[in-house]
Write a protein that binds this ligand. Structure first.
Ligand SMILES: NC(=O)c1ccc[n+]([C@@H]2O[C@H](COP(=O)([O-])OP(=O)(O)OC[C@H]3O[C@@H](n4cnc5c(N)ncnc54)[C@H](O)[C@@H]3O)[C@@H](O)[C@H]2O)c1
Ligand SMILES: CC(C)[C@H](C(=O)O)[C@@H](O)C(=O)O
Ligand SMILES: [Mg+2]
Length: 361
């Protein structure tokens, strides 16, 4: 049976990295007769320019009807005013929210070949394999009320609301406990329960849920300490579960342990494992158009898509092995370059992955 993949390349480096990921996907699709069909839709600034809004109703409909979405990155200075490409009622956040993609998996693992590129000393990161489970459709990103208001004294005040309901905490908690069961059975819940009631409730519910997963060793950590511990001794972590904003920040920090944010893929899943797959990085306006962005996070996101939403785990394994092989061969985009390796462009990196796949059959 054929399955539909919607490709949303977006802005900045989005189209550059997506071209490579799409080439790779189309190749394995043909080679292994996976029966995938591809569709494309504009999103973000590209959609604002073409249709006046960052996500058209047609694009949303296509996204909902597809079996999985591969997403590049959106945003940029041209559309900066309150990031209209992104906000809850409009762009990327609307897509996440309307599709109920509450479970965001952000694996941060160090390819041994990139030990030199990590921001930490090799002994601190060798063998690093962390999974950050980030709640993606709630918390302060979506809480109401929000806005900028004028106070009686004429001063303006910006405000947002940090809310989580019990059911939202329980469902992301289950995703994290289930993931921990399949890995090292260690889960660290990150909160700010010493200050914020919303995360006091978060902590209480995670502790309760632990009774259903007694084999999992649950710990709690305040987010400020977690940020420090990620840099001090990251290998103490197996699975981290946290809210929307803390997860956003911690996953960018974790990226640098792996060498570059250009290496960090993600899956955003609904309750049926239907999902959207995207690199954790943004549209990188500072390097857009130069052909130097790292496409591997997007290619690895495509592998996660094959595994979680399309039922092609073996192909996902092959793709991940091909990425590892090109690193063995010494190919590096600028962000992961170190002395003695070969600096390549975005398209050369994509071609290197394709060449490995071609020769492995
Ligand atoms: N999911 C998304 O679409 C997404 C995610 C994050 C940020 N953004 C948006 O992207 C724009 C830029 O945001 P930012 O600069 O804060 O974050 P960014 O992730 O785009 O860039 C941060 C830094 O990382 C580098 N970088 C990012 N991806 C890279 C890659 N694949 N290869 C090599 N280097 C890479 C960039 O050059 C930059 O120096 C903003 O509009 C922001 O809102 C979008
Ligand atoms: C672009 C932005 C809304 C997004 C987020 O904060 O979720 C990004 O930073 C990410 O990490 O996916
Ligand atoms: Mg982010």
């Amino acid at each position: 049976m054929s399955k539909n993949v919607l490709i949303m390349a977006g802005d900045g480096i989005g189209p550059e990295i997506m071209e490579q990921a799409e080439n790779v996907l189309r190749f394995v699709n043909e080679q292994e007769s996976l029966g995938l069909e591809f569709d494309h839709a504009l999103v973000g600034g590209a959609s604002i320019d073409a249709a006046g809004v960052p996500l058209t109703e047609d694009a949303l409909k296509l996204a909902k009807a597809s079996d999985a979405i591969l997403f590049g990155a959106i945003g940029g200075p041209k559309w900066e005013s309150l990031e209209i490409a992104i906000r809850p009622e409009k762009g990327l956040l609307r897509l996440r929210s309307e599709m109920e993609l509450f479970g965001n998996l952000r694996p941060a693992m160090l390819y041994p070949q990139l030990a030199e590129a990590s921001s930490l000393k090799p002994e601190l990161v060798s063998g690093l394999d962390i999974l950050i489970v980030r709640e993606l459709t709630g918390g302060i990103y979506f809480g109401q009320p929000r806005g900028i208001r004028t106070l009686e004294n004429g001063e303006r005040q910006g405000y947002n609301t940090y809310v989580y309901s019990e059911s939202e905490i329980i469902r992301i908690g289950r995703v994290a406990f289930e993931a921990a069961m399949k890995r090292g059975k260690k889960l660290c819940s990150v909160d700010k329960a010493n200050v914020l009631e919303v995360t006091e409730l978060w902590r209480e519910i995670m502790t309760d849920l632990n009774k259903e997963y007694p084999e999992v060793k649950l710990s709690h950590m305040y987010v400020d300490n977690a940020a420090m511990q990620l840099i001090r001794a990251p290998k103490q972590f197996d699975v981290i579960v946290t809210g929307n904003m803390f997860g956003d920040i911690l996953s960018d920090a974790a990226a640098m342990l792996t060498g570059s944010i250009g290496m960090l893929p993600s899956a955003s899943l609904d309750k049926n494992n239907k999902g959207m797959y995207e690199p954790c990085h943004g549209s990188a306006p500072d390097i857009a158009g130069q052909g130097i962005a790292n496409p591997l996070a997007t290619i690895l996101s495509a592998a996660m898509m094959l595994r979680y939403s399309l039922g092609h785990g073996a192909t996902a394994d092959r793709l991940e092995a091909a990425v590892s092989k090109v690193l063995d061969q010494g190919y590096r985009t600028a962000d992961i370059y170190s002395e003695g390796t070969q600096k390549v462009s975005t398209s050369q990196m994509g071609e290197a992955v394709l060449n490995v796949l071609k020769s492995s059959n």
